[in-house]
Ligand binder design. Structure first.
Ligand code: BV8
Ligand code: ZN
Length: 253
């Protein structure tokens, strides 16, 4: 697929090409990853200063790691919760929320657990990997939203059955929630355009969703300062940050 990367087209040409192609379409999907939240102050995972450079995801963000040492894993998530509390959406999140006001059947499929798309005003959101500000009991059905800093000793205990609570996020080695995954597949299979923003597409099964979209004839538009292993299959690759590109790209539709 001859994708228009920036070496041979300047951005305004690409933006105009994209606008001409998508302006009359309806079903838009934004598949987002950590990169869209980076300029809100939340570190990515695999960049030079990424989380996985400092911490071992298999110890701290996997289901086996959680059961091996729930206190250690909770310390990691508490540190990230406090990061997320103080962060706000950036123009990348806001431009997607504004776009949804025009193209009302747009959907956000996010790998991020920071809640920033919701804070930006998006409504149609699927949190593929859960939400770091929600907790659930490892035994009973108790669920809760964390409102302020967790003061009690870690790991927190369920007030209903006294068993250990866990962050309501999908850890490595855990399947995604069946209902969530099926909805994400259905949306990806039926969209006209999929924007892939700020994700290395390293993590499965979410990294299959652009293939589902493509297989059903969708236009794939990747926004990322770096190319990814999937850039070659994209119809457009726009090199740049989400905060710089999205307001321009979505503002023209
Ligand atoms: C599962 C929550 C099976 C926790 C996360 C193929 C298919 C299925 C599974 C697998 C598979 N291959 C391997 C697996 C196993 C594993 C996996 O994918 N491993 C990888 C590491 C190889 N997958 C799983 O374990 C999944 N479950 O497979 O279950 C199963 C079935 C039955 C029974 C049992 C098991 C569960 C995966 C979910 C893990 N949880 N998050 C938490 O966040 O702590 S995933 C984690 O990585 C993050 O949540 C993040 O969302 C995700 C993906 O990372 P990205 O978002 O892409 O971030 P990254 O740093 O990598 O990239 C950032 C990008 O942004 C870069 O490209 C950068 O260039 C760009 N960028 C930088 N600045 C900007 C920017 N872009 C725009 N603007 C900028 N300014
Ligand atoms: Zn309980």
């Amino acid at each position: 697929m001859d994708n228009n990367n920036n070496n041979n087209n300047n951005k305004s040409n690409i933006f105009q090409n994209i606008k001409d192609k998508i302006i009359d379409l309806d079903k838009f999907v934004f598949l987002t990853g950590a990169g869209i939240s980076k300029e809100s102050g939340i570190p990515t995972f695999r960049g030079p200063e990424g989380l996985w450079r400092k911490y071992d995801p298999m110890t701290l963000a996997s289901i086996s790691g959680f059961y091996e040492d729930p206190k250690l894993v909770w310390e990691f998530y508490k540190y990230r919760q406090e990061l997320v509390y103080n962060c706000s959406p950036n123009p990348g999140h806001v431009s997607i929320a504004d776009f949804e006001k025009i193209k009302e059947s747009s959907y956000v499929l996010t790998q991020n657990i920071d809640g920033l798309h919701e804070k930006a005003g998006s409504n149609n959101i699927i949190e593929l990997h859960g939400n770091i500000l929600k907790v659930e009991c490892t035994v009973c059905k108790f669920k809760d939203k964390i409102k302020e800093k967790i003061e009690e000793p870690l790991p927190p205990i369920c007030k209903i059955c006294k068993n250990t609570l866990r962050p309501s996020v999908i850890l490595f080695g855990e399947p995604l929630n069946q209902e969530v995954w099926e909805k994400a597949e259905q949306i990806s299979n039926n969209c006209d355009v999929m924007f892939i923003v700020g994700t290395s597409l390293n993590v499965g099964p979410v990294n299959q969703l652009p293939l589902y979209a493509k297989r059903n004839g969708a236009i794939l538009i990747e926004v990322n300062p770096e190319p990814t292993v999937f850039t070659e299959i994209m119809d457009y690759y726009v090199q740049g940050s989400a905060t710089e590109v999205l307001p321009q790209l979505l503002g023209i539709v």
